[in-house]
Design a binder for this molecule. Structure first.
Ligand code: IYR
Length: 234
């Protein structure tokens, strides 16, 4: 046996195997499945990105339930490479708003292509981001690029996929709770890790104001692609 073989054996020996337990699974009838899938579609079809928020408060426990739901997402090797920062402190919201607006001012006055600006036109967005201060809560989603164990860095797996899935589940949970949100993408976003004092392993992924819509809030009158445009059968 070579030294390599011995190394390999000791690596396998040190691997801890997950304990398995019986899956809890409640089968539904096809009638129930049809109803549930349609009801859930109808619910999610009502979700809209909202830019005009009321300052009405939302209890912290509701926000915690929403984040617990996001935390049920699958992730590469179950590394759960995410942190959801819940911001309610007006001083921190102000700092985030000022830094986001500074970046977005640059974006809208030269960093974004003419084509991009034209594509954004129907949404009426500009560098102004009052919703960051008005919404009662901001969730800043961070992705954890690596874990540090015993001074060594180990990259996590499929981090963007994992955090993207968790964020999708977060948005669905926000809507299901009766609240509205916006997926805001200030760019670049590194000011968030600085303001929120995150460890070097974390990078900002998305900034999501959450709350109630302001009275008479408006949203762009846009249509979703029909099923036949987003599906392909084989
Ligand atoms: N990040 C900018 C621009 C922007 C980009 C996309 I993609 C949008 O769907 C909307 C806006 C901003 O937030 O204004």
């Amino acid at each position: 046996m070579t030294k390599n073989d011995l190394d390999q054996i000791s690596i396998f020996a040190s691997m801890s195997k997950a304990n398995f337990k019986k899956l809890e699974f409640t089968p539904l009838s096809e009638v129930e499945m049809l109803k549930n899938s349609k009801d859930y579609y109808d619910l999610m079809d009502q979700r809209r990105s909202v830019r005009e928020f009321s300052d009405k408060d939302v209890p912290k426990e509701i926000m915690e339930n929403i984040i617990k739901t996001a935390g049920t997402a699958p992730s590469g090797a179950h590394k759960q490479p995410w942190t959801f920062c819940l911001v309610r402190d007006p001083k921190i919201k102000r700092q985030i708003r000022e830094a986001a607006e500074a970046e977005e001012r640059e974006n809208y006055s030269g960093r974004m292509s003419q084509r991009w600006l034209r594509d954004l036109n129907p949404f009426g967005t500009d560098w102004n981001k009052p919703f960051i201060e008005v919404a009662p809560w901001i969730i800043v989603v961070f992705k954890k690029v690596y874990e540090k164990t015993g001074g060594e860095k180990h990259n996590n797996y499929y981090v963007n996929e994992s955090v993207g899935i968790a964020t999708g589940m977060l948005l669905a949970a926000i809507h299901n709770a009766g609240l509205v949100s916006l997926t805001h993408t200030p760019s670049p976003m590194n000011f968030l890790a600085r303001i929120m004092n995150r460890p070097e392993s974390e990078r900002a992924f998305l900034l999501i104001p959450v709350g109630y819509p302001k009275d008479d809030a408006e949203v762009p009158d846009i249509k979703r692609k029909p099923l036949k445009e987003i599906i392909s059968y084989f």
